[in-house]
Structure formats: structure tokens, C-alpha cells
Design a protein around this ligand. Sequence first.
Ligand code: AHG
Ligand code: MN
Ligand code: MN
Length: 307
Amino acid sequence: MDDARDAEGGAESVVDAVFDAVAAIAPEIRAALPGRRVESGTENASGETVMAGDLYADELLGEAITAVDGVGSFVSEERETAVDAGGSVGDGAYAVAIDPLDGSSNLRSNNAMGTVVGVYDAPLPATGRDLVAAGYVLYGPITTMVIADESGVREEVVESDADGNDAADSGVTRTVVEDDLRLPADPTVYGFGGRVPDWPDDFTAYAREIEDELKLRYGGAMVGDVNQVLTYGGVFAYPALVDAPDGKLRLQFEANPIAYIVERAGGAASDGRIDVLDVEPEGLHDRVPLYVGNEALIERLDAALSD
Ligand code: AHG
Ligand code: MN
Ligand code: MN
């Protein structure tokens, strides 16, 4: 991975600095959620209702990420266009795409939510092959962060550093609880988005098979549902729907980062035809069907949808 050495030749890479910034902010986002469970009255570029929590997370993360030396461009689910952060992406600077608050419809019901981050070495929109790292924060009973780069996947617990243990004075302590996160070989859970009547017949047939084999775990936030698959093995899908053939999830800041993480954890990621990471985007907010999980389950999915 390319290192943007600071003036003193410091070892911190741009990627490390991006995830340091995200980790430092995670407790602030979490603490702000109780007061931001209402609709903001605005819609985002995807035409979806934006919650007050979405806007606040986007504001904090946008400020912190664009301030990272070596980040040249910033894209967010909550912003129509890319933010120029200085530095030309692709030759030493990186482009960062985020979903500041994933699953914000879970704010009212107090269920898990997350923040998704993709670090690209190319101007956006880009394919997932241009990712150099990806990760997510999961605001569950515990705040955890999963980070994938070319060396593999790790999981950290992120806690507010009330008693000032953190040497870097970031305000948080980060504890690696798994330094080589891999999908379990034997799948256990599945979670499929959308409404059953809206599923195309070929996906419905696949879902019926999976329902006979695995346990249903669907919480309405991609990050929480994917984290279950990474923990227990299985398959997560937000499928193509009869009236929405591109599904719901956005390629740049949801599908690509999750596909990158799952593939580096030994799994597979498909849009129903090809590897998600090979999907050529047209716009920053393109949607794409997303199927991720154990390789054998995704191979069966691809076969089921190609019949
Ligand atoms: P976001 O809150 O960032 O718009 O993402 C919500 C997404 C994703 O987290 C989840 O998998 C999906 O929406 C759930 O959609 P349904 O409510 O249709 O199940
Ligand atoms: Mn989302
Ligand atoms: Mn979101």
C-alpha cells in the first residue's frame, strides 16, 4: 500500500490517518444519536429521506476526513457531488467515499447502525478494484470497527478514552479483538432485504432454498447484517427487485466497500452477474444489487440468477 510519508518520513499512511479520524469521531456520532432521531426534512441524491443523525455524522466525518493530509476528494451518500479536498487523486492523494450513517431508519427503533468507508486510489466514481482499503464502524451494543486492506481484515473495539489512556490523545482507545477476520467455513445465517413480493422469481427460488438451510438474521442496516455474516458465515443480499432492477444499495460507499471487506475475509461478492468490484459506475450515487457471503452460497446465487 502506498504510504504518504509526512515531512519527517513518519510511517502513518493516509489510510491509517483516515481510519484514525473515523475512530476518533465514532463515539461523538454515537453520543449524538439520541438527539437526532427525527427527519431533517430534506432528501439526498438518492431521493431518500435524510435523518438528523445522517446530516450530523456527515458533517463530522466530512470535516475530519477532508482534513487528512493525502485525501484529495471526499464523496458522501448525503452530498450530491464530490468535495475537493486538495491534492490530485491517483498520484499520491486518495478519494474517500462514505455512508456516514448506514441504516438510519433504525434510529427510531434503536437498532444497530453503522458508518461505511471506502478509500480509493482513483477519482470517483471508480470501480471497487481501485479500493486500497475499506471499513465500517458498527454502532451496536459495542462500538466496533472492521478495517480491510491488502494485508487482510481486522476488527477493533472502539471506546471513549475517558481516562486518557490513548497516547495519541485521540479521545478513543482502540483494541484489536481479531487480527485476521475470516468468514467461517460453515455458513449459519442469512439476511435478504426488500419485500418478498418484490423479489424476482429466480431470487425467490434461491431464497427458499437458503431459508431451509440457514437462520434468518435481518436487522435493516447493511453493516449490522453483514457483520453477522462475517461473524457466523452465511449470505447477505439486497437483491434486484422487480420494480428496482438495480436494488437499493449504492456502489461507491456501500456495495464496493462491503464487497472489498468480504472478499478479503475469504468470501465472495456479486451484483448477480459479475463481481461487485468490477461493476463500472456512471455516477457517484449509482445503485447496484448486492449479494455477499460464503463463496459457495454466492456461486449458487449467480447460478440461480443466470438460469
Ligand atoms: P441508509 O440508511 O444508509 O440509506 O442505508 C439503508 C440501507 C441498508 O443499510 C439496509 O441494508 C437497507 O437500506 C435496508 O432497506 P429496507 O429498509 O428496504 O430493508
Ligand atoms: Mn447505507
Ligand atoms: Mn446512510
